[in-house]
Every structure is written in structure tokens, then in C-alpha cells.
Design a protein around this ligand. Sequence first.
Ligand code: HEM
Ligand SMILES: *[C@@H]1O[C@H](CO)[C@@H](O)[C@H](O)[C@H]1NC(C)=O
Ligand SMILES: *[C@@H]1O[C@H](CO)[C@@H](O)[C@H](O)[C@H]1NC(C)=O
Length: 529
Amino acid sequence: MLVEIVIFLLTFVLAYFYYTYYRIHKFLRQKGVKFIPGLPVYGNALESMNNRKHVIDEIVEIYNAFPNERYVAYIEASTPIILIRDPELIKAITVKNFDYFVDHRQFFPEVDIFGMSVFGMKGDRWRDMRTTLSPAFTGSKMRLMLPSLVEVAGYTVDYLKGKVNLMILEHAGEEINVDDLIRRYTNDVIASVAFGLQVNSYKDKDNEFFRVGRDLFKFTYWQYCVMFLYAQAPFIAKMLRLKMFTGKGVTFLREIVVSTMEYREKNNVERPDMIQLLMEASKGTLKASQVNNEDNVGFAAVEEELKPQGQTRKWEMDDLVAQVFLFFTAGFETTASSLVLCIHELALNVEIQEKLYEEIKIFKNTNDLTYESIGKLKYLDCVLNETLRKWSAAIIMDRECIKPYELPPPHEGGKPYRLNPGDLVYNMVNAIHLDSKYYPEPMKFNPERFSDENKHNIAPFTFMPFGMGPRNCIGSRLALMEFKVLLFNLILNFKIVKTENTSTTLRLKPEGFLIKMDKGTFVKFEQRQ
Ligand code: HEM
Ligand SMILES: *[C@@H]1O[C@H](CO)[C@@H](O)[C@H](O)[C@H]1NC(C)=O
Ligand SMILES: *[C@@H]1O[C@H](CO)[C@@H](O)[C@H](O)[C@H]1NC(C)=O
């Protein structure tokens, strides 16, 4: 009996996939939207789903196959997604006509901690949460957080100098696993700026913060299945109320948030961190954001464009925990991967590293680093931007259409294409960053692209590491500051030296969505005199 049911179900599922496969192709041909025919079940995503290729490489290939189209289709398993290639059109979708594309695609269940975060929220709830959180990320808040970052960067330098612990001395000058080194830094930063906790992951190697952060992105097979189901058959996943993130990590973070809030409430403690801000938000006492643009010395990544609407909402504890969870995940992984890639590139490009040192060495020591002085490090800014161009963690800017919207024809003489509510678009990010039309010799690491002389060559909406429009990355200023503080400290104190294990063929690790080198990043840090 069981066998029959299984056979029946399998036949049903296969028939369903074959049906959608033919239907999608027929539909796209009719509409005149170009695509590369895929396989049933996998669509165009065979290699990324089987961990043979990074999803970026897969999307870039489709992008490159049709150089004259404004947009093309990408068949992700059995969902057709419109890939927007044209920067003008990206501007229309993410900024001008934002009201049609307010929401992100539902990658994660709504009942889940990730779905409840500002990244996953939709419509007005998102708008309210976004205005609630914005004051936490303004220039003046960053200024208050700078000392914590400088302190944590000091742990990294001390560790590398072998001062933390005599046992580590023998590692000075030895090959370092940069992935591990940097994840400890971003971990300690987020512990400090989000929770006001002092954690030194170089001394306390196996602290719970670090373990939780590291394991959050080690997706299990089950988690991949749930994610796949949400993407390809959301009605089933929703019916079953499947969750992605459960277990110890979530419980741990929740307990920290609740106990920290209780402690501060009882003892009247105030600190310049995100818990503080969320506490005010939960009482509904936090005023809607007033963004202070003059206070953005060197960190004006993307301008805030959202105007508060309606009154301030009161949030429940679960809502607050979800935001902390997001800061933790967003702050941990994305910033870390860009830093690692930057160090990798600097190890391979010695002249660039020396030029950076020339700029930085004017500051004799770390204490000279102020909010204003970081803003003046021009070449550092170029190096950082070039890293974010070549190795953007963004991949795509996904948007879900919420009101019928007509895209202009995909090419001269074509027909307009109508998007209906629920349809998905991916605005290209990495593919544009790597297009020789916008960036000649795109695989060359060349910070000069961003110099004052060359900057004007960068066309609008062709550099978007933090997304665009009202839904852009809320933490970009924090990320840039985190990045600059650490690089400043490393370059001032050390030469980054490549070894036989520093890979020179830069290939992305195909598993998952992270931007990591296939063979990892290993370099030596030689102390400067
Ligand atoms: C190099 C580091 C980072 C990169 C490359 C990055 C990139 C991005 C991108 C591409 C988006 C989506 C933008 C869009 O769809 O237009 C985003 C959203 C977001 N990021 Fe970041 N991010 C970084 C660091 C951070 C940090 C440190 C935080 C906070 C602590 C953060 C918090 C967020 C939040 C809350 C959102 C959702 C915003 C919303 O939907 O309203 N990010 N980020
Ligand atoms: C490179 O990696 C191998 C294997 O892990 C190791 O034995 C070797 O010592 C490393 N090379 C350097 C220069 O550290
Ligand atoms: C680097 O990029 C940011 C946006 O992420 C921008 O505000 C800044 O001006 C850029 N710097 C240079 C030197 O191009």
C-alpha cells in the first residue's frame, strides 16, 4: 500500500514539473522574453543546486548570453524570474516605482524568526519597522559605536602579534586562516554594538556567540529542503507551517535579548547599542527617524529616502528578537566575506597594498583614528569599493511585484511585458559589476576605478553593493566603518604576504550563497617595523 502511495505521489510530482516546464517555456516564447531552456525540475539552476557552481556564476552566464536585452528570464527550478539587466530599469523598479515593488521575495517563512525581521517583513509592517530602526544606523550613532570597533580591532592586532597568549607566539608570522580570523572580529563587533557585550573570540575561542554565528549559516539538508519548498511550492510549505531556524541558536539569542533588557530596565543602564534602541522602540517612545545627512563623514553609502508614515507601532518581544537576530546574521557573514576577499586581493596585489600603507602610515597609531579621519582615507575607500564591486555579497536585489506593472519591451521592436502581483524580479548586481561594458577588465582588482579622476566613468545604477532605494541595506554605514577600522589597523601594523596556499585562481566556493574562496583564504601577516 505504502509503495503505491509513494509511486502515485512521485508520478504526480514529476508530471507537475513536466507540465510547468513546458508551460513556462511556451509562455516566455509567446511574450518574447529571452531565456536559456532549462531542465525539468531544475530549470536553469542545475549546477548551483548540485553545488557544482556558485549561483552568481550561473546568473552571470545568463546575463552575458543576451547582451542586447533589457531583461531576460531565469528559470529557477520551476519558477520563472525576470532578471533586470538595464540600469535605467533597475532605477525605475527600486526607486521611482518602488511602491510597486515594496517587498522582498519570501525566501523564509513568515512564522520564522527571519521572516519576522525587517528583511522579511512586507508592506506597511515593513515600513513601520524600517522607520523604527533607522535612528540606530545614522552617522551620529556610528560615531558613538566607533570606540567599540577600535577596541575589537585591537584584539585582532594583539592576536596577530601573539601578545594575547604566549602559546600563540609561535603563530606570529605563520600562515593564518583568514576566514576564521575575520569571523572572530565581526563576531566580537556585533556582540558589542548589538548587545553591549564584551567578547574576545581570540582568547575565548569557543564562546557561545561565535558558535551560534558560525552554525547559523551551516544550513542542514532539512533547511535547504524547507527553503526549496518555500520557493517552489509556497502553498504546501505554508500549510505545513515549516520553519527554517529553530533550535539552540535562536533560543540563545532570545535569552540574551530578554535578560539584557530586563537587567537594564531594573538597573537603569543605558548604552549606545541596538538593544537600547529596541527597548525604546518596544515602549513606543522612539520618535520616527530624522536622518542627519551632514553627519555622514565618509560613510554616506546610500541616502535614506523613506518618509515615516502613520504613527509609531508598538512591537512585541518576538518582533524585537527577530531584528536582533537579523543584525547578528547580516552583520556576521556579509561584512566578514568582504573583508576576507579584500585581504586576499591585497595579498595578491602588493603595489596596491603599499599604496594603501603610504596613505595610512601618516597616522602613527591607532588612537589617531577618529570618525573624521577615517572619512579622509580616500584610497582606503577606493580599495573597499573595488572589493565590494568585484566580490559583492549582494548577488541580486530581489523584489516581488505587488501591483500590476508594465515593463517596457525587452528589446527594440518587442512587446511590453506585464508583471502581476506575486511575480518576481531579480535586479542584477554582481552581473553588472562584472560586465566589461561598465567595468573594463572586470576581473582585474583596480581601486583606481573609484579615484577622483575616474569616478565619473561609473554610470548610475551600476554600483550597488548595498542595494538601492528605500529597501537598501540599513547597516551599510556600520559595515563600511567596521571594514575600514580593521583594515586600517591591519595595514598599519602588518604586511599581508601571500604563501604557497594563497590561491591565485579566484573561484567561489559553490555551496550555499556565501562569497568565499573555494580553497579558503590563507596568508601570512608580517609585522611592520
Ligand atoms: C558588507 C556588508 C554588507 C552588505 C554587502 C550588505 C548588503 C545588503 C543588501 C544587498 C541588502 C538588500 C538591499 C536591497 O534589496 O536593495 C541588505 C539589506 C539589509 N541589511 Fe545589509 N549588508 C551588509 C552589512 C549589514 C550589516 C552590518 C547590517 C546590520 C547590522 C545589515 C543589515 C541589513 C538589514 C536590516 C537589511 C534589510 C533592510 C530592509 O529590508 O529594509 N547589513 N544588505
Ligand atoms: C600550506 O598548507 C599545507 C597543508 O595544510 C601545510 O602543510 C603548509 O605548511 C602550508 N604552507 C605554509 C607556507 O604555511
Ligand atoms: C564608495 O561607495 C560608496 C557607496 O557604497 C560611496 O558613497 C562612496 O562615495 C564611494 N567612494 C568612492 C571613492 O568612490
